[in-house]
Design a protein around this ligand. Structure first.
Ligand code: TUI
Length: 315
């Protein structure tokens, strides 16, 4: 059984986080992952505070194990949700799409474990200085909002730069990815795309089918022009977005407007043409729907087999 320092810090069995995916990571998915021994994470995304409060309350009914909340820092509700996680005594908070420094003191004083998601060494260092308990280093293979570096290059550089545990994210969807992450110096992994097809994940079946049928080149990164590139599956929506992005006659306001509501359309309506199906490059690795427990036990059994004989298990 692979145990690392992050298991002790959070009181979890397996060193795996389920990525906080906007519109996707609800109480159903997060509690299933936590019940299976990982860290389930409810994603706040752009959702109002009351939605997040309700999901936290539901998750507390569904599991006695620790779970986290991911705060998307570009959300208009980020400040309120930062206070909510304290009020609800959530075990851990992860953050994305920005710098959470202004909230960290309050979270730490309240005993909430703070684990920012970072795309670079500089931000990792800053987070450690501000008291982060661990760091998720996320490479550009990931789905959703991404940085420039790959997981293969980012994780070892972040591991060299900080003393807190590093969780590798981006491109990890099976035991080979977990084993590789440990070899790069990580103390755990965060997985998003594979959990999209968990039986407990409540997204539209069209979304799950698209992931299972995806091939290696199925994704595209769009939105660099707006300063926040997003990786999603290639479809009429993402191709049209990409076309508009390179059209100098289209303004940024028009581009933002074109993208509004597209993630919801994918998750809730399964809109194959107009939806934004956020997914990582690991979609091509994902072969079938399984329960969260099956996903986690299968991934770690494979990783353990691969790592047998290796001395590189990072504490
Ligand atoms: O946050 C993510 N992935 C996401 S968030 C999301 S929802 C969204 N919707 C519309 C527009 C944008 C996002 C979908 N996927 N991953 C973690 C992540 N964080 N990736 C990159 C970063 C990041 C970027 C800049 C973290 C810190 C940062 O700091 C810059 C600064 O402010 O100094």
């Amino acid at each position: 059984m692979i145990k690392t320092s992050i298991c002790d810090i959070l009181g979890i069995e397996y060193p795996i986080f389920q990525g906080g995916m906007a519109w996707v990571s609800d109480a159903s998915l997060a509690s299933a992952v936590s019940n299976a021994g990982g860290l389930g994470i409810i994603a706040a995304g752009n959702a109002p505070t009351d939605y997040v409060r309700n999901e936290i309350k539901k998750a507390k009914e569904l599991t006695n194990k620790p779970f986290g909340v991911n705060i998307m820092l570009m959300s208009p509700f980020a400040v309120e949700i930062a206070a909510l996680v304290i009020e609800e005594k959530v075990s851990a908070v992860t953050t994305g799409a920005g710098n959470p420094s202004k909230f960290m003191k309050a979270w730490k004083e309240a005993g909430v474990k703070v684990i920012p998601v970072v795309p670079s060494v500089a931000i990792a260092r800053l987070m450690e200085r501000n008291g982060a308990d661990a760091i998720v280093a996320e490479g550009g293979e990931a789905g959703g909002h991404i940085g420039d570096l790959t997981t293969m290059t980012l994780v070892p550089q972040v591991c060299d730069a900080v003393s807190i545990p590093v969780i590798a994210a981006g491109g990890i969807a099976d035991g080979r990815g977990i084993a590789a992450a440990f070899m790069l110096g990580a103390s755990g992994v965060q997985v998003g795309t594979r959990f999209l097809v968990a039986t407990e994940c409540t997204i539209h079946q069209n979304y799950k089918d698209k992931i299972v049928n995806a091939k290696d080149t199925a994704t595209i990164a769009t939105g660099k022009r707006l300063g926040h590139p997003i990786r999603s599956l290639k479809n009429p929506f993402s191709r049209e977005f990409s076309k508009k992005e390179y059209d100098s006659n289209v303004t940024n306001t028009e581009l933002v407007k074109f993208g509004e509501g597209a993630l919801r359309a994918a998750v809730v309506d399964g809109d194959k043409k107009g939806g934004c199906f956020m997914a990582g490059q690991s979609a091509g690795i994902v072969k079938c729907e399984q329960s969260a427990k099956e996903i986690i036990t299968e991934m770690f059994a494979q990783a353990e087999d691969l790592l047998k004989g290796s001395k590189v298990i990072n504490g």
